[in-house]
Design a protein. Structure first.
Length: 161
């Protein structure tokens, strides 16, 4: 799929239309999500792994308000419009949809992905697992790149690591 970066950033209604089109074409939609505050090599590996699980990759990205709820008042470092542009510029990503909740459950319910990918650090709880599995999809846990996390990078910058 060859799309320019801007056209990859969709609202929920646009994504539901895309999902219906993908279903009609028999394509497998993969979903993953995260804050993606400071992109690093661990994200690159993770996103490539996710994309390999199907035909198209949708990344649900936490909005700035959502990141603040999860990570605290000093986050995000990078504003949502810039994070979305960076993600959309990556070849492995087909779609980016922002969400305001702490978890992407409503987005998952709306698009019903065929595959839901999360990092193996989430093995005890994957938001949306039941919805995906009840609709015939599967959950895949991605291996982690040891020592790479946005929090670790921020701590190093601040001289705390």
């Amino acid at each position: 799929m060859n799309r320019n970066s801007r056209s990859k950033i969709l609202n929920l209604e646009e994504m539901i239309k895309e999902r219906n089109l993908l279903k009609s074409q028999g394509k497998k939609l993969v979903f993953t999500n995260g804050c993606f505050d400071i992109l690093h090599a661990g994200h690159a590996d993770y996103l490539a792994f996710a994309r390999a699980q199907g035909d198209c990759l949708l990344v649900g990205m936490n909005s700035d308000a959502s990141v603040k709820k999860i990570k605290g008042p000093s986050r995000p470092i990078v504003k949502e419009e810039n994070r979305a542009k960076l993600l959309a510029a990556l070849e492995v990503i087909d779609y980016v949809v922002l969400f305001d909740e702490e978890e992407p459950l409503e987005l998952i319910r709306a698009v019903l992905p065929d595959v839901l990918v999360k990092g193996e650090d989430w093995k005890h709880y994957v938001s949306g697992r039941e919805v995906v599995e009840e609709n015939g999809g599967k959950v895949v846990l991605a291996p982690l790149v040891e020592g790479l996390s946005t929090t670790n990078i921020i701590n190093r910058i601040q001289g705390q690591a």
